[in-house]
Design a protein around this ligand. Sequence first.
Ligand SMILES: Cc1ncc(COP(=O)(O)O)c(C=O)c1O
Length: 374
Amino acid sequence: MNLRPETEAVHNANIDPSSGAIVPPIVLSTTFEYETTGNEHAPDELIYTRYQNPNRAALENSLAKLEGGAVAHAIASGSAAMLTIFQALESGCHIVSSDDMYFGIRVQLNEFFAPWGLETSYVDMSDLDALRAAVRPQTKLVIFESPTNPMIRLADIAAIAEIAHASGALLLVDNTVATPVAQNPIALGADIVVMSLTKYIAGHHDVLGGVIIFAEEDGFAERVMRLVRIGGSVLSPMNCWLAARGLQSLAYRVRAHSENARQVACFLAEHPGIERVLYPHHPSHPQYELARRQMRVGSGLMSILVKGGRQPAIDLVNRLKLFTSATSFGGTHSLIEHRESIEESSNTPANLLRVSIGLEHPADLIADLRQALA
Ligand SMILES: Cc1ncc(COP(=O)(O)O)c(C=O)c1O
């Protein structure tokens, strides 16, 4: 039967044959009895939890299926996912990165990998001519987020995949903000999808995790798999179990986050205290048409530019009652953050607040914003 993603998500775990439990048990054992001694082991034989674990295997299968990939690796965080990809590249490789990535990725590339011999060029991915000019024969990887964090800009995945492939580079898309509910980069030409599971996938502010998904099990995918298993930055059984549980309600949560965010964006876009709302599913966003073409639904992440500069933005955060002043996004609670204060070497405008719209009722969120802006 060809099941839709919502149905697949609920039925992603088999009933436990030893107990009949519908919810899979968490397997904490670090080691597993050998099936035979003195012979070669089958590739899927459980041996040691750093190599594989039943909870990790279940989560990885679900995520690979959801993104249309051949293989997935669940890893300790979204940042560890990117770190592992960079570690798998050889010295002398060149990377073209979006100039608006989660700031930690820029820190990895500039502070740790540049001295290892990985060179990075930063481009605005909405400028395809700039991208064409930046790729070189040594370019191994083109990387970007769409939408970006925190400027909420989009990139045309199919168009960029064509440019990357024409120069012999792999395309890696960070799909954390959009989620597989909104878009599947592999279907649009990406070779690798990375996500922080910490955000929408786990969805409840209680899991740190990441995943790397490959469109094909090629040589590079094999090298990354070996780095994950030999290096050991794997996701723990408990966090795999929690992320797999989050997957079951992902589609419904993302649709609610998106609808709540759309209503909040409409309110804020009309408010005289707000200079601009950055939300791709609001018609004021310069890439609204691309958002409608490329994404099936929005997300709960937006940024707002507050009129008057840095201090009025900080004052707004302090007057809110339902929005928690905290980092991260993608969970049940609405969060708001003055981004420039926490980003290292940031180009983020001083009056920008990043807002993660949660699963509260949108009318309550709007009422809170109205009183705080009054
Ligand atoms: C788009 C994006 N990718 C990756 C990461 C890193 O994820 P993690 O915090 O799980 O390491 C973040 C963190 O905020 C992010 O916003």
